[in-house]
Design a protein around this ligand. Structure first.
Ligand code: AMP
Length: 170
């Protein structure tokens, strides 16, 4: 399936100069959505994975579908203030300013092998922060999987300590 052709690009959103990749062009198409989840399953086939960590918010869609298909537990990394209970926190840089994500301390057990799922890799700041959350609670990252990778923004380099999978590159 030619995902690159299918994925809509919205120019100058959310600000001028950004080519926004609209993943709704995948989720609204059951055949394409299924294709993505099957490709993710294949990518993790030979790896040991105990849990899927899904990233707020569009990563939830793909990670939840994958976790259910693979019969694995699904846990969430969320923007600060959205999760209850005791959490670990990581800050990361955005184009303008800083952001923070959190994980509940009990979401990952020390020694757990965790696959992280998000919709898109740009600069890698979000995924790197998520990987740090996993380390903070004693887990290991088996794979970080993205539907889309935007090349030339340094994301893959930032995540050089980890195995990365992306389905379509722009
Ligand atoms: P980054 O931390 O720079 O790798 O950014 C990744 C996050 O920002 C992902 O969770 C995406 O949802 C979002 N994002 C960044 N750039 C784009 C883009 N051009 N189109 C759609 N989403 C984007």
């Amino acid at each position: 399936m030619d995902l690159a052709k299918l994925i809509r690009t919205i120019p100058d959103f959310p600000k001028p100069g950004i080519q926004f990749k609209d993943i709704e062009s995948i989720t609204e198409n059951p055949e394409a959505f299924s294709f993505v989840i099957n490709e993710f399953s294949k990518a993790m086939e030979s790896l040991l994975v105990d849990k899927i960590l899904v990233l707020d918010a569009r990563g939830f869609l793909f990670g939840a579908a994958l976790g259910l298909q693979c019969e694995l537990p699904i846990v969430m990394a969320r923007k600060t203030g959205k999760l209850g209970g005791e959490c670990v926190t990581e800050s990361y840089s955005l184009e303008y300013g800083e952001a923070e994500i959190q994980l509940q301390k009990t979401a990952v057990t020390p020694g757990d092998k965790v696959m992280i799922v998000d919709d898109l890799l740009a600069t890698g700041g979000t995924a790197k922060a998520a990987a740090e959350l996993v380390s903070q609670v004693g887990g290991h990252v088996s794979l970080i999987a993205f539907v889309i990778e935007l090349e030339g923004l340094g994301g893959r380099e930032k995540l050089h300590d980890h195995s990365i999978f992306s389905l379509v590159q722009f």
